[in-house]
Design a binder for this molecule. Sequence first.
Ligand code: GAP
Length: 560
Amino acid sequence: MEMLVRRGFLWQSFEIYGGMAGFIDYAPLGTGLRRRIEDIWRKYFVINERAAEIDTPTVCIEEVFIASGHVESFTDVAIECEKCGRIFRADHYVKEKLGIDVDETVEAIKEVMETYGLECECGGKFKDPKPLGLMFSTTIGPGKGKRGYLRPETAQGMFVDFRRLLDYFRGKLPFGAAQIGRAYRNEISPRQGVIRLREFNQAELEYFVNPKEKRHPEFYKVASDVVKLVDKFDNEHEITLREAVEKGIIAHEVLAYFIGKTRRFLLEIGIKDEKLRFRQHKDDERAHYAVDCWDAEVLTSFGWVEVVGIADRSDYDLRRHSMYSGEDLAVFIQYSEPIRVKKKKVIPKMEKLGPVFKDKAKKIAEMLKDATPADEIVLKIDSEEVKITREFFEVVEVEEEIAGEKIIPHVIEPSFGLDRITYAVLEHAYDRDIVDGEERRVLRLKRWVAPIQVAVLPLLSREPFTTRAQEIASMLKSEGFYTEYDDSGSIGRRYRRFDEIGTPFCITVDHQTFEDDTVTIRDRDTTKQVRVKVSELPNVLRELLNSEKDITEFGIVFRE
Ligand code: GAP
């Protein structure tokens, strides 16, 4: 962490005022790295899916979170010390002090506290545990205004926009809505730096499917990938995704597909396969909206950390928003061929209705035609309830042709925590080796995520080396490369600095540059160098940065 702060990846927010737990600043290199990761995420989860990215407000009206269930259920159990007044997240405190994994329920935590006589760090007694809401609330508008919340997930904006999204996708399932943006949770006692934040970045895909067809057209592409799974009974499997679905370990293809795609994405940005697993939530662990959930967990110095949650949210969200807003969020699914079904239908008897109901008879007859057959049918006419008994209608069996049906789509949601992912990428890339008899710290970032792609260095910090190096740096910038120029200190120290921030290639202007207009390119990982014509640099760098090709394929090896 010290290196990440010193070298300009992450800084403590509000540092000059003493900082505040749960907030971090992305410094220049951290910002660049996260953006690169976001772009690759877009490639995987937007461009190469039937999906579209949207951007919705981070401040939401309370109706949204009443409907979504967050106001009622999005809580953690907290314990407050009677003496010092500090409040802790109960399950984390129990784990930290007693080493016990406890269910996050008031009853379970109370029982553990009583059994072990759990006290506060200050020696004080705890009050009874109680649930605390995790959302930041706010007021929209002046004065009393209207209650609102900062969103705790980007997802709800996409559910609320479902009808518009369905039109955008021409009424056809499956499709996905994606969003990258901030989420806010007023975590009770965040103690793990960048892992548990109060303001953080999510990248979420809500993939809407027909519940009767939980399949993905491109499952075949990942079906043979071998993944490490820990199921909800703690059984471990190393298995292909196809087998995992066939054996019922993963409930269906869509979940398996996104587990596979998530794994490929994480490997592409530099997460190590041997430090990656997918763990299924236990039945008492799932969020209030999920019927199944698999977390991508990555091994870091904090232990196994959840970086992605891949959940089957069923029709929970759309059904709730439909119920609370009154909007019909169902989708008409057309059958491949119309089907004929036998059905009971109500046929009004006008000759009986007329004399009794007079001028209302026509309206009643119309309503009866659509009513569900029963011995007695209750209709609401001009806000008055009218009971229609069997003498006024008959029930007949008819055969009807049906073109399709209305369903509420189910949602499969891969939800990525970009801060944890960015941090894990940095940890997995960090390495030490020996170069020229000295220990070197090197960040072996994948070339395509490096925030600074190329550094241009004059061999000596004087003319004419400096001017030529600056010219080359600006030429590379104009070609679109993230380039830095550096002439401070010795060339060896400059190489070490760029190794430590993960810059894959250093270009050096030396004496020979003035003879044949060539420069050296040095590879961060192997420290090998080749000579290349300045005019060829953009093409060579472009190819190198998009591949893992060996640098020696691109020029004459310099100083073996
Ligand atoms: N829409 C579903 C959802 O938000 P989640 O498992 O609560 O699911 C998704 O969050 C991801 O967001 C997690 O896997 C994690 O990487 C990240 N995340 C959640 N809470 C976080 C926090 N307090 N600080 C940093 N990242 C967090």
